[in-house]
Design a protein around this ligand. Structure first.
Ligand code: CA
Length: 244
């Protein structure tokens, strides 16, 4: 039983040299911390122009690029790199979540796209996927399956059987955290930290609300829930048991 401890990494992964191009100081600090904890080397550029020149000069394994930046936008940075025939994988961060924006980012040559706000665990999952594959190779789909529920962190899609389930970003992040270790019991505060990432600022009751939203979307009438409440502790995700 591992509740109350940080969420364990499911896979061994490569350490990477990462260039983070992000102008928001608080966000940059949080990302540097979590990426360094993973063992990655991280350099930060707070401006698109500087970021582009650093990325052109140096052999980074991965770029994490915010969309809205002073100097050059994230899109311009990625376009500039691809135009210079530099194919370092790029993960784009953005508060703009519309489909057109996503398409624009991918068209510019970004390899993956993560809408803000996101769970740090989700960022790490994408970083793992992008640092694992050889440069220039198509994105790997690291779909997680538990029972008939499939979660694709790259496409940001959830399906139950053939049915596509529409989730908000937070619902998705919560489900991703739970599905990462089926059967593991997660305390509310561990989930709060993994999904909201701001301990103390949000009450753990938000976790209960989001669990109920997820159950409404995932569960079927008259069947037991995928998300089991463990009294006094928290929640676990597992294929529903019980009478067929
Ligand atoms: Ca920004």
């Amino acid at each position: 039983m591992a509740f109350g401890t940080p969420i364990a990494l499911p896979l061994a992964h490569q350490m990477a040299r990462i260039l983070l191009i992000e102008d928001e100081e608080k966000m940059a600090r949080a990302l540097v911390r979590v990426l360094r904890e993973e063992g990655h080397g991280v350099e930060v550029a707070a401006d698109g122009r500087i970021g582009l020149s650093r990325a052109l000069d140096d052999g980074f394994d991965l770029l994490v690029v915010d969309w809205m930046l002073p100097g050059r936008s994230g899109i311009q940075v990625v376009r500039g790199l691809r135009a210079a025939d530099v194919h370092t994988p790029a993960l784009m961060l953005t508060a703009r979540g519309q489909v057109e924006d996503r398409v624009e980012g991918l068209d510019a040559g970004a390899d993956d796209y993560l809408p803000k706000p996101f769970a740090l665990q989700e960022l790490l999952a994408r970083v793992r996927a992008l640092t694992r594959r050889p440069q220039g190779a198509p994105a790997e789909t690291a779909t997680v399956r538990v029972g008939d529920v499939a979660l694709d962190p790259v496409r940001h899609e959830v399906r139950r059987g053939d049915e596509r389930i529409e989730l908000t970003a937070k619902e998705f992040a919560l489900l991703a955290a739970l599905m990462q270790s089926p059967g593991r019991v997660f305390s509310r505060s561990v989930l709060l930290d993994a999904v909201w990432g701001v301990p103390g600022e949000v009450s753990t009751s938000v976790v209960e609300h989001y669990v109920s939203y997820l159950r409404k979307k995932l569960d079927r009438e008259g069947e037991p829930s995928h998300i089991r409440t463990v009294r006094g502790i928290g929640y676990t995700f597992e294929p529903p048991r019980g009478p067929a």
